[in-house]
Design a protein around this ligand. Structure first.
Ligand SMILES: *Cc1c(COP(=O)(O)O)cnc(C)c1O
Length: 406
């Protein structure tokens, strides 16, 4: 083991927008002995997690679980549905949308990237009207898929996926809709079936509160149909055999048994709290966080209140302040990790994660660390963000979902 005992007393605050802190309950579940993945007990575990995860995606259709990070599930979504040289439409919402586009290029797909110059597009969500206009200008239906990021983790913007579906339908275009909700799932409302998404990509280490290592493809009948003629090379990612074997709760290869124990536990925790309660908890904490940022007199990265992310808040630094230096001070003085500015936002902002296993006091401690760190770094802070957040949380109470002993 490398020396991971470098933290002083108390818990390290892992307030990056994924990986998010893993609750003790899930860590304990992961520590159960590994079992035979072809043995009799395994099928029950497989069937349980495959049924449970569908409820999180709000789908009655198959969900594939890969032993891979989210990036693997990105590749699976593209390689199962598309052929070399296919045109796809992507939207530049931030760093992750940019990485998915680069992957499409490296796979031999031809992405067209809609966006806005500079960082403007990195402060707003997907513009569905522009997708509609572009698809209307494609009467030959050369565009095979529209790919968008639901919760853009690099900026703290959550795009309206239902509006993208509407745009595709309004244009009368048959393109598939592929959506990345790697950091949105189980934190922000997501409706794979109702929003007519063909492939939804997600991962384990964000709202699902698991360690990194599992990722997902939720798929539609139309996507399965497309996979039958899609020509991109694929083997490990191929859906066909996995779907067949998943019917009995097994996989064609060794699945990540211990992470699946963790997934079963995470699903129990989410359903005990209630999925909709999980979403409103995230909304409430996110609002408290934004009030803190405004009280400090700093700018929130997301410029459109209609698409504020419940998962994380991007905090922009005044000119002349290096956001990475502020993060380093906070890490060294208060043992807290915050998200860095990525791509175009490098050094210009930091990101506060408030997702997964997070409650009022987790957020308050996080904001206290930020406020002290901002002051130590010489960032002019107008007023106490901590007080503003406390006032909001105290006056917007919700009954704590504490399970009474049976
Ligand atoms: C984390 C993340 C990814 C990358 O997932 P990995 O698990 O790091 O491969 C992609 N897209 C979004 C929106 C993410 O938040």
């Amino acid at each position: 083991m490398p020396n991971l005992n470098f933290h002083p007393s108390g818990r390290h605050f892992l307030q990056i927008p994924g990986p998010s802190p893993v609750p003790d309950r899930i860590l304990r579940a992961i520590s159960y002995p590994t079992i035979d993945h072809r043995g009799p007990e395994f099928g029950a575990l497989g069937r349980q997690v495959l049924a449970g995860i569908r409820k999180i995606f709000k789908t009655d259709q198959p969900v594939i679980i890969y032993p891979a990070s989210g990036t693997g599930a990105w590749e699976a979504a593209l390689s199962n549905t598309l052929s070399p040289g296919d045109n796809v439409l992507m939207f530049e919402t931030g760093h992750f949308a940019t990485l998915w586009k680069k992957m499409a290029e490296s796979l031999g797909i031809k992405p067209e990237f809609l966006g806005q110059p500079g960082i403007e597009g990195w402060r707003r969500g997907v513009q569905a009207d522009r997708i509609e206009a572009r698809l209307r200008a494609d009467p030959q239906h050369l565009i095979k898929a529209v790919c968008v990021v639901h919760n853009e983790t690099s900026t703290g913007v959550t795009s309206n996926i239902a509006a993208v579906r509407k745009a595709i339908d309004a244009a009368g275009h048959p393109a598939l809709l592929l959506v990345d909700t790697i950091s949105g799932l189980a934190s922000a409302d997501y409706q794979h079936d109702a929003w007519g998404v063909d492939v939804t990509v997600s991962g384990s280490q964000k709202g699902l509160m698991l360690p990194p290592g599992l990722s997902f493809n939720a798929i539609s009948a139309k996507a399965i149909n497309a996979s039958k003629s899609a020509k991109l090379p694929r083997s490990f990612w191929d859906w066909t055999e996995i779907i067949e074997m998943n019917k009995t709760g097994y996989w064609p290869y060794t699945p990540s048994t211990n992470l699946l124990y963790g997934l079963a536990e995470a699903l129990d925790m989410i359903f005990e709290e209630g999925l909709e309660n999980v979403f409103s908890r995230h909304q409430r904490l996110a609002e408290a966080c934004r009030r803190a940022v405004r009280a400090w007199g700093l700018e929130i990265q997301c410029a459109d209140p209609a698409v504020y992310s419940p998962v994380l808040t991007g905090v922009m630094m005044p000119d002349g302040i290096d956001a990475d230096a502020v993060r380093r001070t906070i890490y060294e003085r208060f043992d807290m990790s915050l998200g860095a500015g990525l791509g175009k936002m490098k050094g210009r902002m930091f990101r506060i994660g408030h997702l997964g296993d997070c409650n009022d006091l987790t957020l308050m401690a996080t904001l206290a660390g930020c406020e002290m760190g901002l002051k130590l770094s010489g960032v002019p802070v107008k007023a106490s963000g901590v007080s503003a957040a406390m006032d909001y949380l105290a006056s917007h109470t919700v009954p704590l979902v504490v399970k009474a002993a049976a």
